[in-house]
Design a protein around this ligand. Structure first.
Ligand SMILES: [Zn+2]
Length: 186
């Protein structure tokens, strides 16, 4: 895989969004971001400050991104690619009408939904950079999502298995799509 460039990453996001019917809210008014952060905070999903500064968030087909697409100074390009794939797993999860309520009301469901999305981060880092992410470190970020230590262990266990299964090709359809797109963009 050729080195990621700013142009490639921007085009990659555009094509992923085109394929999955999503849109990036890339220059959101601070007002909209704050309103959503306030909502996630109120329902106990994510701390408002963490939402605004750290995490991308997907609500149905809208992906809220806290960094500038293609700008490696605002986030490393490999991370931007991985976030794109991760958020598209969530966009897929939102197609199940029961998902939003389960995600909000059950910390266990939330942890597992995140673990499924994080599986694609493992795949992208592995297939693009031969880096193995740490299941423990990744699962630990779920503290910010209000998950309990037991939920976090469940997510970690899921990611340990996913990590062991990193083989010749990615397991998730989103990572497969992403790698095919990146190949076209080289
Ligand atoms: Zn997520």
């Amino acid at each position: 895989m050729a080195k990621l460039t700013s142009k490639m990453v921007k085009e990659f996001w555009k094509r992923m969004c085109g394929h999955y019917g999503t849109e990036v809210v890339d220059k959101p008014s601070a007002k909209e971001m704050k309103a959503i952060g306030g909502f996630l905070d109120a329902v106990g999903v994510l701390d408002k400050e963490a939402f605004l500064r750290t995490y991308a968030t997907t609500l149905w087909n809208r992906i809220y991104v806290p960094f500038e697409l293609g700008n490696a100074k605002s986030m490393p390009l490999l991370g931007q690619v991985a976030v794109c794939v991760h958020e598209h797993v969530h966009a897929g999860q939102f197609q199940d009408p029961t998902f939003p309520l389960l995600y909000i009301t059950s910390t266990r469901e939330r942890a597992l939904a995140e673990a499924r999305a994080y599986r694609t981060n493992f795949e992208m880092y592995w297939f693009l950079a031969k880096q193995k992410l740490s299941p423990k470190a990744v699962a630990h970020t779920l503290v910010d999502y209000g998950c309990t230590p037991k939920d976090i262990t469940a997510a970690e266990n899921f990611l340990v298995k996913a990590s062991l299964l990193l083989g010749a090709a990615p397991y998730t359809s989103e990572a497969r799509k992403a790698l095919a797109l990146l190949k076209e963009l080289q």
